[in-house]
Design a protein around this ligand. Sequence first.
Ligand code: BGC
Length: 329
Amino acid sequence: LATVLLLLAFASTVFASKDKPVIGLSLDTLKEERWQHDRDTFIAAAEKLGATVIVQSANSDDTRQVRDVESLISRGVDVLVIVPHNGSAMTRAVKSANEAHIPVIAYDRLILNANIDYYLTFDNVKVGEAQASYAVSHLPTDRKARIVRIYGAPTDNNAKMFKQGQDNILNPFIKAGQIEVVHEDWAADWKPENGKKIMNAAITKSGRNIDAVVVSNDGTAGGAIQALIEEGLAGKVLVTGQDADLAACQRIIRGTQAMTVYKPLKNLATLAAGVAVDVAKGQKPAVTSSLDNGTKLVPSIFEKVISVDKANLAATVIADGYHTAEELK
Ligand code: BGC
C-alpha cells in the first residue's frame, strides 16, 4: 500500500507540474516603480493561465540574486524568469538551472554568456534613439549645443543598448561640431543620487550653460533634476527619461522634465507569462528574432516603445491606463 501511495503522490506532482506550472520570478529590484507593475501584471497573467508564481527580489545584490535563483531551482520550479541585476553575474545561476533542466527566460535585461532559452524585452536601442532624437530636435541650431549625458548602470546590458541608440543619433551631430558633450558618466545601480552627483559634477566642471541632459531613465533623471532645481536651472534645461514613472509624468506636466519613453509593461509581462507557461509545459513558442548573448543566438522578442512628452501624455500613458489623469494633477 505504501508503495502505491508513494507512486500516486509522485504521479500527482508530475501531473501538477504539467497542468499547474510553477514559475520562479527572480527580480533584481523593486526600487523603480516599473518593476512593481511588471511583477503584478506578470503574476495576474500567469495565474489566469493556471500557473503559480514564486517571486524573489534581490535588492541590487548579485550574491543574493544567485542565491534566490538557486533556491527557486531547489524548490523545483518548472521555468525561471529572471531580470538580472548584473548581466554577467547571472551566468553561474543559469548554469545551475541548465543542470537541473529548468528553462530560463531573461526578462527585460539580457543575461550574457549563458544558455538561456528566450529573451523578452523592449526595443532598447529604439529607447536610446527616442531620447536622443527628442533632445536633438529641441536643441538650438544657431550655435554649438552643449549637452550632458547620464548613462545607466554599467552592469546592466540594457544601459549599453540605450547608449548605443543615443550614439546612433548623436554621433553625426557631434562629429559635425554641432553638439558638444560637456560631461558624461554612468550612474551605478541606476541610483537617483548618482544621477544627481553626475549633474552636480557637470555644472562644476563646465558651468551652468547646458542645453540638454540626455538621461537614460526617469529615476536618474529625477536625481539630475534635483541638482538643476538647486541651481535654479530646472525647466530651463531639457531633460530626457524612460519608464513613464508617475513622478516623471508629473515633472513633464510641471515642465522640469521634457520627455520620457513609455514602455507598455502590460504587453511585455503578459507575453512573458504566456511564454513561461508554454515553456513549462514543454512547448516551444515560435520566435523569429534573435540576439547574440556571447553563447548563442537567443530567440528574442522586442516590444515597441513610445516617445512621450506633454503633448501626447494623455493619448498614451493615461489612455493606456498606466496612470490616471487624477494621479497626474
Ligand atoms: C530597464 C529600465 C529601468 C532600469 C532601472 C533597465 O534595465 O530597462 O526600464 O529604468 O533598468 O531599473
